[in-house]
Design a protein around this ligand. Structure first.
Ligand code: DP6
Length: 360
């Protein structure tokens, strides 16, 4: 069922006066990129991602039921124990968007406390893990209010809510591989929520993701602005068609365990994403000269060693290096000796494919 009305509670729930819960959600890295969206976080093309393991947001929320009927949600947010008013607008937009599906929130005051496992200023997008963790705390409250909610529906709705905060957050609820966006090849896929896909060959379930921090500053153009620039983009329709074709091709590659096919497709996806930025109006460049240096060195190393290292890029200058666990020794050595110098303050993060939300 792909109708969003399925997420609107229809029965009378329990009255919970006070509830505190903590959830941790991972970041994810898109292999086929979501770039361009329609109203209310509906993607213009379907995407596929690896869920990460170590890069996470942990969020605690204390829900206090109002004594009086205020009929609006109120909240306070802290980041690493300090008041974080800069996060308020994004959280307010999120709550406003999810209220039709979580109307019980109007009865509560929320005290939100959040931390990231990775440095805040690392240039790693935290909106996916942040929105997924916050959605998980809300779904935990919902489970208390409506105990008949099944585990399957809870996960699905969690992804649905997270998507309304940040599109890519729909893919941060489960792992190791998540599909988001309707595609004819997968009948159970949806534009409304991410779904777990389990048919990949084992080798891809142990993939490593080492993130080279080329530029730790906040990027110059946000993803939200980038998505908007896909409206009236001269190559938009071609790009959406390419992503749909890549989606289908990547599923076959993953199922077959075809690591060479994986490198070829995933790298073209990353470069297509950045090509959209280079050719939008206004145009902009998020890659850094060191991003290009790394790409060249990775390709040279792969050609000479035959090892299966693949790069991909987010909407930023940092580079994600993906490779199988059984080749990690040699590839980690190459990263430390040849690539580290391209990172700001020589910093990089070791991560790997992971499984999704965790209750803390
Ligand atoms: C390049 O999910 O950050 O990382 O929905 O506006 O919050 P909003 O955008 P966001 O966009 C992610 C873009 C991307 C590709 C991807 O993760 O698929």
């Amino acid at each position: 069922m792909n109708d969003k009305s399925q997420f609107i509670p229809t029965i009378e729930g329990n009255e919970i006066s006070s509830f505190q819960t903590t959830w941790s959600a991972p970041s994810n890295i898109a292999l086929v990129k979501y770039w361009g969206k329609k109203e209310l976080q509906i993607p213009s093309n379907p995407s596929i991602s690896f869920t990460l393991s170590q890069c996470r947001t942990t969020t605690s929320v204390r829900f206090e039921r109002h004594k009086d009927n205020l009929d609006h949600v109120s909240f306070k947010i802290q980041y690493e124990g300090k008041s974080a008013t800069n996060f308020e607008p994004k959280v307010k937009t999120f709550i406003d968007r999810i209220l039709p599906y979580a109307p019980y929130l109007k009865d509560y005051y929320l005290e939100i406390d959040t931390v990231n496992s990775f440095p805040h200023s690392s240039g790693i997008a935290s909106s996916a893990s942040a929105m997924a963790a916050l959605a998980a705390t809300i779904m935990d409250l919902e489970q208390r209010i409506y105990p008949s909610l099944t585990a399957e529906n809870l996960i699905k709705k969690c992804s649905f809510l997270a998507r309304l905060g940040s599109g890519s957050a729909a893919r941060s609820v489960e792992g190791p591989i998540v599909l988001w966006g309707k595609h004819a090849a997968i009948p159970y896929s949806s534009d409304l929520f991410g779904v777990r896909w389990t048919k990949a060959a084992d080798v891809f379930k142990t993939y490593q993701d080492t993130i080279l921090l080329v530029d730790k500053r906040q990027k110059g153009v946000s993803s939200t602005v980038g998505h908007k620039l896909m409206h009236n983009h001269p190559f938009a329709e071609k790009r959406f068609a390419q992503a749909k074709a890549h989606y289908q091709a990547l599923l076959t590659i993953l199922e077959k365990g075809d690591m060479d096919g994986f490198s070829d497709l995933v790298e073209r996806e990353a470069l297509s994403l950045h090509a959209m930025m280079l050719t939008s109006s206004p145009s902009y460049i998020l890659m850094h000269p060191n991003t290009i240096q790394i790409i060249q060195e990775v390709r040279r190393f792969r050609n000479t060693t035959g090892l299966h290292i693949t790069f991909t890029l987010d909407a930023g200058a940092n580079v994600h290096l993906l490779y199988p666990a059984h080749e990690a020794d040699k590839i980690d050595q190459f990263i430390a000796s040849d690539l580290r110098k391209y990172c700001q303050d020589n910093e990089f993060i070791y991560d790997r494919v992971g499984t999704g939300l965790k209750k803390v």
